[in-house]
Design a protein around this ligand. Structure first.
Ligand SMILES: Nc1nc2c(c(=O)[nH]1)N[C@H]1C(S)=C(S)[C@@H](COP(=O)(O)OP(=O)(O)OC[C@H]3O[C@@H](n4cnc5c(=O)[nH]c(N)nc54)[C@H](O)[C@@H]3O)O[C@H]1N2
Ligand SMILES: Nc1nc2c(c(=O)[nH]1)N[C@H]1C(S)=C(S)[C@@H](COP(=O)(O)OP(=O)(O)OC[C@H]3O[C@@H](n4cnc5c(=O)[nH]c(N)nc54)[C@H](O)[C@@H]3O)O[C@H]1N2
Ligand SMILES: [Mo]
Length: 764
């Protein structure tokens, strides 16, 4: 019997061998070095491991495919500018294990779906294009030419271009991303959902409205010089380990750090730089001066409490707000203050879950410091009120004049290594008219200005059979998106699903009626084309564009680059009706950059500037107090306090990353910094909440979420008692994505609310 798409989409409910220890309070240090080397040696051959570890993030080397944290402009560590998890990301890509054609012949997609995500990922690198014919149970080999033809035929057979969806994950380089969106627009749609929709979309929306640019304003140098850094809803020791060196530098310069997080994440507390031998012996630097264990989604309440106290001080003593900045550069102050006064301090503090003592310590720092940076990630962006979370941060920065000056500003810490660049070069379902006009002027076709589908809209459209072809440029759509059961049906309803991928993942197994896997080169591999090995470019979290060039031989000679794949699909689909010579680009990527220079602002002399070893900064208005908003000023905003009404038996659940995963790629089964080993199907619970429910350590439970009358279930998780606020719990993504409702998302940004899922827990 063939498994349904839904069964194939779910992570198998099997346990490994859970062990727990008291979580460490220090991060990185020897443990991280050891873990990195062990991982590298296990999955890469030693020569490759050494080569990549010396070239990763080095000037003239290649960009780490891990996170989007920037590299220092000046000196970089001679030991390699990488971290434990960067090396693990590399080991995943440069695996010494390859998936051969026999692999697919010997395993049906049902059999593959019975494997855990960890096992699927460890199958090895994809090495040849594969095709799943209608009704077949095994993928079979196909030539590149035939694969492109099949895609072209399917796309050309649709009633309208809007019946196709073109997803992008954030590793795609600027060159490939620009060509991909160009093809999609010339084909006739703007259905360009991307991982950003599930990630920092709320940051982009909130920052555009308030500061006129959807990106952060600070540089690394600002972080070193800040007097106060607030790290909110972020777990840097795992997800952006190199950020800890920047925070340490800030502390050494006298800066203070406040960490706001329901969990006392190890890296926020203490850090030992693995590249500093003295620190390795002496035990590291204490990072957070104040740890604020906010309840899940209690951040707006906490910020309102801070804002109310600041206002009180300003009104009684003065000199708290930066009046000159507010006068010269902002709009909406009076409305903001009038609204703020309608809130009650005690109520806000109670909702935030913070004690008076901790609040006072936070307040003291915010009151007295003038150069403030706020860093944040998914803990703020994956809520219904995510946009409000970020706008409230901006309100605070504006009151303090902490924007557009040295050591101050906004720092949304991006996820994928080029997610910011992809948006800059046009991966955007709501691209601004000015950008579309530039495309028209340059290429002579009129791109549609109808807004396309975001991730959530795309899933609905496929479910309702309004969209019938899905193309994924990287990523692992089914495991990354919310509401796994509904989303699996959505993909199964398609005529064709196509994935351009480096590694096998669950999305290859939850297919449309036909499916294609197109294997591509990874970051570390040399991209040989007619004019030689190609250089590509990426933009990091701080708006620096730099080059990346592979150094290893490709793992198979049947791989294409993402650029070549896009050119192949475009050529086979658009044929003579295209105004563009698609095949020319793949011979010489500098031609793509010439085009980007013409179409996208800020890329003047792109090819020349890319030769600068540390890259170049894109223009950033907020950095220099030029706010390109509708009012021409930085805007204060009015934000509501989220209303939380948990019933007695309910908990609010955040779905987070373990230390051993990169999104849906599972490196291993441990979460070392939280003291969890050999298991991912766990739920972290407050011990009092366990007691009330009479749940014991390691007890097996079933989880249930109910939203708008729909019940969603995820069974078989083990309870782990943890230091987490009462009423809150945490599980790992993607195992619990099945519980995240598709129709619960951030207003304006449509980011799934995967950090505030209301659940009940029952004995399993
Ligand atoms: N090694 C590794 N690196 C990665 C990734 C990876 O999976 N592995 N993923 C990459 C990507 S795409 C991204 S977007 C980033 C993600 O980086 P993070 O955002 O750090 O990742 P999450 O695990 O989602 O962590 C969210 C953090 O927010 C906290 N949190 C949850 N809810 C709330 C809340 O309501 N308020 C507050 N204040 N805190 C809250 C959680 O306790 C947790 O510490 O990392 C990138 N880098
Ligand atoms: N519940 C819950 N859901 C979430 C989140 C959460 O915190 N909680 N986080 C969300 C966030 S922040 C994000 S960004 C998304 C991530 O969503 P995605 O970006 O879709 O997922 P990834 O797991 O990063 O994608 C991994 C796959 O990308 C492919 N790949 C890797 N490198 C390359 C490459 O260089 N080129 C190509 N073509 N393919 C490559 C590999 O085949 C690999 O299997 O998930 C979101 N989903
Ligand atoms: Mo992300």
């Amino acid at each position: 019997m063939s498994k349904s798409s839904i069964e194939k989409a779910l992570t198998p409910e099997q346990f490994d061998n859970l062990k727990t220890k008291t979580p460490p309070t220090n991060s990185v240090g020897f443990g991280a070095l050891k873990a990195a080397m062990r991982h590298a040696n296990k999955y890469m051959n030693t020569k490759d491991a050494l080569k990549v570890s010396l070239k990763i993030n080095q000037k003239g080397g290649f960009d780490c495919p891990g996170c989007a944290w920037p590299d220092p402009d000046d000196e970089r560590s001679s030991l390699g500018e990488y971290c434990e998890n960067g090396l693990k990301a590399m080991a995943e890509e440069v695996q010494n294990k390859l998936i051969t054609r026999d692999f697919f012949a010997s395993k049906t997609i049902d059999e593959l779906a019975s494997l855990s995500d960890f096992e699927i990922g460890k199958s090895g690198r994809l090495t040849a294009p594969m095709y799943l014919p209608k009704g077949a149970s095994n993928y079979e080999p196909i030539s590149w030419e035939d694969a492109f033809k099949k895609i072209g035929t399917h796309l050309n057979n649709l009633d309208a271009p809007d019946e196709a969806v073109f997803y992008t994950s954030g590793r795609t380089t600027n060159e490939a991303a620009f060509l991909y969106q160009l093809f999609v627009r010339e084909y006739g749609t703007s259905n360009l959902p991307d991982c950003s929709n599930m990630c920092h979309e709320a940051s982009g929306k909130a920052l555009s409205q308030t500061l006129g640019i959807g990106k952060g304003s600070v540089t690394l140098d600002d972080l070193y010089k800040a007097e106060l850094v607030m790290v909110i809803g972020q777990n840097p020791a795992t997800n952006h380990p190199r950020m800890l060196s920047a925070l340490e530098k800030c502390k050494n310069n006298g800066g203070k750090i406040i960490a706001i997080n329901p969990l006392p994440e190890a890296g926020l507390m203490k850090f030992t730089d693995p590249q500093n031998p003295i620190k390795m012996l002496t035990g590291g630097t204490k990072l957070a001066d104040v740890f604020v264990p906010v309840t899940i989604n209690g951040d707006v309440a906490l910020f309102k409490a801070i804002l109310l106290k600041l206002l009180e001080k300003e009104e009684t003593e003065g000199h708290v707000f930066d009046k000159t900045f507010i006068e010269d550069h902002t709009h909406g102050y009076d409305d903001f203050i009038t609204d703020l006064k309608t809130y009650n301090f005690d109520e806000c503090l109670e909702l935030s879950g913070i004690s008076v003592d901790i609040f006072d310590r936070v307040f003291e720092l915010v009151l007295n410091k003038k150069k403030i940076i706020v860093c944040w990630a998914m803990g703020l962006t994956q809520h219904e009120n995510a946009v409000d979370n970020i706008r409230e941060i901006v309100n605070l920065l504006l009151l303090k004049g902490s924007i557009g000056k040295e050591g101050a500003g906004t720092c949304p810490v991006r996820g994928h290594s080029n997610v910011q660049g992809d948006r800059t070069v046009g991966i955007w379902e709501e691209a601004p008219q000015a950008f579309l006009d530039k495309i028209e002027a340059k290429y002579g076709f009129k791109p549609t200005n109808k807004h396309g589908y975001s991730v959530i809209d795309a899933i609905r459209a496929m479910y309702e059979k309004k969209a019938k072809v899905f193309v994924g440029m990287g990523g692992n759509f089914i495991s990354a998106v919310p509401d796994t059961v509904y989303s699996a049906q959505a993909l199964a309803n398609c005529n064709l699903t196509v994935h351009v991928s480096t590694k096998l993942n669950r999305s290859h197994l939850v297919t449309g009626k036909e499916a294609l896997i197109l294997p591509c080169l990874g970051r570390a591999e040399k991209d040989y084309q007619k004019t030689g090995v190609q250089v590509q470019s990426v933009e990091n979290s701080m708006g620096i564009v730099s080059s990346t060039k592979g150094i290893l031989e490709p793992c198979s000679d049947n791989l294409l680059s993402e650029v070549a794949v896009v050119c192949g699909i475009a050529n086979a689909t658009l044929k003579d009706r295209s105004k563009i010579d698609w095949l020319a680009y793949k011979d010489d990527y500098s031609l793509v950059r010439d085009d980007i220079e013409e179409v996208v602002a800020g890329f003047d002399d792109y090819n020349k500037k890319l030769k600068k070893p540390s890259g170049f900064y894109l223009p950033n208005g907020a950095r220099i107090r030029e706010f390109k908003t509708k009012t021409g000023k930085a805007n204060f905003s009015v934000n509501k306090l989220p209303e939380w009404k948990l019933k007695d038996d309910e908990l609010v659940m955040m779905t987070i990353r373990s230390h051993d995963q990169f999104n849906t790629t599972i490196y291993g089964l441990n979460d070392r910094y939280r003291g969890v080993y050999n298991e991912r199907r766990i739920i972290f619970m407050n011990r009092e909440d366990m007691q009330v429910r009479e749940l014991k350590e390691q007890q097996v439970v079933n989880l249930k979420s109910e939203f708008n009358g729909v019940i969603r279930e995820a069974n078989k998780f083990k309870v782990v008692g943890y230091d987490i606020p009462k009423g809150c719990c945490a599980t790992y993504f993607p195992e619990t994505n099945v519980l995240v409702p598709l129709d619960q998302f951030a207003h304006t940004a449509k980011t799934p609310a995967s950090k505030s899922v209301v659940i009940t827990v029952e004995e399993g």
